[in-house]
Design a protein around this ligand. Structure first.
Ligand code: FMN
Length: 223
């Protein structure tokens, strides 16, 4: 399937067949997330594949009872690695990046970026760290949704969940974190349900092209 067809043909799937999803299809979806681009290639994410039914029951509680969680043969839990931006870790990463790019003084180049709010979310403040992490995850999850379509799978992105941001389902979320051994600095940002669709839904409507796209000037239509 080409990318254009995957984009045009996909729609969120909330009803799944009970058959297991072959490992290689799940692997392909996860690999698409792993291959996503990110800010200075920092890759501030961790993905946990969950198929165990007891874990899915707990996860459904964390997802505010959304039934397609328990009903999906597999779920990918997408964690933001907020600690990836912590200065010592981020600096080490930047030194590696600049070394690979052949910079004359990788240490100095990394230090310069580290204190510049335009390059370092930590230097810009806590909100920037969160915003930048979510930005990277959105791209990775977008890649996964397209690969799911390519693999003939249905999926649904779930953002209505309990986590550090929403404070919802606090008890279940704490239990889930413990069960999964989630380290400090990692935060559940999203859940992607996956499975073979019971029915393939038609693509949903979008705003008109010229409502969201302009040429040269805001509101000026692209003819
Ligand atoms: C960040 C994000 C969070 C979402 N959260 C949920 C959710 O919690 N539950 C759900 O059933 N669908 C959720 N959706 C799916 C949207 O409702 C869906 O993508 C949107 O209505 C467009 O429909 P389509 O995906 O079929 O094109 C979410 C989608 C995104 C991108």
């Amino acid at each position: 399937m080409d990318v254009t067809s995957a984009i045009a043909g996909r729609a969120s799937v909330r009803g799944y067949r009970s058959d297991e999803v072959p490992q290689e299809k799940l692997h392909a979806v996860l690999e698409a997330g792993r291959r996503a681009p990110s800010w200075m290639n920092i890759q501030p994410w961790h993905f946990i594949l969950v198929r165990d039914s007891e874990l899915k029951t707990l996860l459904q509680e964390v997802c505010l009872g959304q039934k397609h969680v328990g009903g999906a043969p597999a779920c990918v839990l997408i964690f933001g690695d907020l600690a990836a931006w912590d200065p010592p870790r981020f600096k080490k990463h930047l030194v590696g990046l600049f070394t690979a790019r052949g910079a004359a003084d990788p240490e100095a180049a990394a230090q310069e970026r580290l204190v510049d709010p335009a390059y370092s979310p930590t230097a810009a403040g806590e909100e920037a760290v969160l915003a930048r992490t979510l930005e990277q995850i959105g791209i990775a999850e977008g890649f996964m949704t397209l690969e799911a379509e390519n693999q003939g799978l249905g999926c649904c992105v779930l953002g209505a969940i309990g986590n550090e941001l929403t404070g919802a389902a606090a008890e279940s979320y704490a239990k889930l974190r413990e069960r999964l051994g989630v380290p400090e600095g990692a935060c559940l940002v999203s859940v992607l349900t996956l499975g073979f669709p019971k029915e393939k839904p038609a693509p949903t409507r979008r705003k008109a092209f010229n409502e969201v796209i302009s040429a040269e000037r805001f509101g000026s239509p692209l003819i």
